[in-house]
Design a protein around this ligand. Structure first.
Ligand code: DAS
Length: 356
């Protein structure tokens, strides 16, 4: 009897010690907040073979977290459902709401990293906006998936596991906003969706910053442009984003779109030109008029890679146009909106395009 009671007491003590050791270990883990916005990573299809036919923005954030118990070994994770939409439908107001929430969380001592689950269609725009405007060195990771969690070989679970791992990593601090897709760690500034149906969809012409394999980060380069703490833009002081629209260049393009945008009072037009940002000869005078009326003109290119050379295809100095450097039109629009919250001086705008 004596030994049995001693054994029970010992087992009870051992259980208590184990429980407190587990609690202590869990408390020692980093705290990561997942802000969910929708997209395929929260999508659901009718059957496992539906990898492309499904509904995006269905699964709530708590279900995403519950479906990935491995996260509890990496960080103390909690979720907030900011939106539940497909990202092609996000608006400037949504972007502002999300960025202000990220900024507020980043200032909390009990938050070590932030993950944003997001649709892949415009993920690159959100990632760039956050890297331009959120002042923190803490890891901020934007993550999506190309297949819904209901599909065979779904990619969302591993992408999310990777995102939380990187968000919980001290070596991911101070690198700007990051994107974890398909085992790669990409710069939020450089990355773009380059394939619309493959899991290997996100690329940067300058390459990934690193890779993540079985929860370990491998870094191979660092961002070259200003971001987060080095940015002169701060979401906490931005109250609204100006209207900046994109027009596309192609054979026999009319000036209808430019005329309509100019008439609607946009503050800038990004021209996605052919080749190195070329502008059709019949469109040049239209853009010159737009500029003379006070609207900013930014020359980008419909060609995904490379970068637009100032004063090459067009005399930008003479026309007082800005060139978008290596930014694709959709990212040039994000930077133009943010820059115009500070200045509409074209020399300043061009500096900003060189530096961010
Ligand atoms: N419609 C896409 C989006 O929400 C789905 C996805 O790929 O995430 O961006």
């Amino acid at each position: 009897m004596y030994f049995a009671s001693r054994l029970r007491a010992f087992a009870g003590a051992a259980a208590l010690i184990t429980a407190s050791a587990i609690a202590h270990a869990q408390a020692a883990l980093p705290n990561v907040v997942i802000l969910a916005t929708g997209g395929t990573i929260a999508g659901a299809g009718a059957s496992a073979v539906n990898s492309a036919t499904y509904s995006a923005a269905k699964v709530p954030v708590d279900k995403l977290i519950a479906g990935l118990p491995e996260l509890s070994k990496v960080a103390n994770v909690r979720g907030e459902q900011v939106f539940q939409v497909a990202s092609e439908s996000l608006t400037n107001d949504n972007l502002m709401t999300l960025a202000k929430r990220v900024s507020a969380l980043s200032k909390q001592a009990d938050v070590d990293g932030i993950v944003i689950t997001h649709g892949t269609d415009t993920l690159e725009e959100t990632a760039y906006f956050l890297t331009l405007t959120v002042h923190t060195n803490k890891p901020i990771i934007v993550v999506g998936s190309m297949r819904p969690g209901t599909a065979l070989s779904a990619d969302g679970a591993l992408n999310l596991f990777d995102a939380v791992n990187v968000a919980a990593s001290k070596d991911a601090m101070g690198k700007g906003v990051l994107v974890t897709m398909n085992d790669e760690i990409q710069s939020g500034r450089d990355v773009a969706k380059t394939v619309n149906i493959k899991t290997e969809a996100f690329k940067s012409q300058w390459g990934p910053l690193g890779m993540i394999v079985e929860g370990k980060n491998y870094w191979f380069r660092a961002p070259a442009k200003r971001h987060t703490m080095q940015s002169e833009f701060d979401i906490d002081t931005i109250t609204a984003l100006p209207a900046v629209e994109i027009v596309y260049g192609y054979q026999s393009v009319p000036s209808t779109a430019i005329d309509a945008f100019a008439k609607s009072g946009v503050k800038a037009i990004v021209h996605a030109g052919t080749g190195n940002g070329s502008v059709a000869d019949r469109i040049v005078p239209v853009l010159q008029k737009v500029r003379s009326d006070g609207t900013i003109v930014v020359r980008s290119s419909r060609v995904p890679d490379g970068f637009v050379i100032r004063n090459a295809e067009q005399p930008d100095d003479k026309y007082d146009w800005v060139v978008a450097h290596d930014l694709r039109p959709q990212k040039a629009r994000i930077l133009t909106m943010v820059a115009l919250t500070k200045t509409n001086d074209t020399k300043e705008l061009q500096r900003i395009f060189w530096e961010y």
